[in-house]
Write a protein of this length. Structure first.
Length: 69
């Protein structure tokens, strides 16, 4: 009777450890997903800023090319 009870206790402890670890993994995945989302938004904003900054330069280069001809 001792061995089956011990096996059952060990199985319960193993499942409890796996449950705790899965909760920790889930929390870290959510945190990582939030960071990826924030980084993606920052990259999008930076690309839009770069496009806005490049537009006047493109028109200036075009004007210089026209004046050289």
């Amino acid at each position: 009777m001792l061995w089956p009870m011990l096996a059952l206790a060990l199985a319960f402890c193993g499942i409890a450890v796996l449950a705790v670890l899965s909760v920790r993994v889930h929390a870290e995945v959510r945190r990582l997903a939030r960071q990826v989302s924030d980084s993606s938004q920052r990259i999008t904003r930076a690309a839009e800023d770069l496009e806005r900054a490049a537009a006047p330069l493109g028109s200036q280069v075009d004007a210089l090319r026209r004046s050289d001809k």
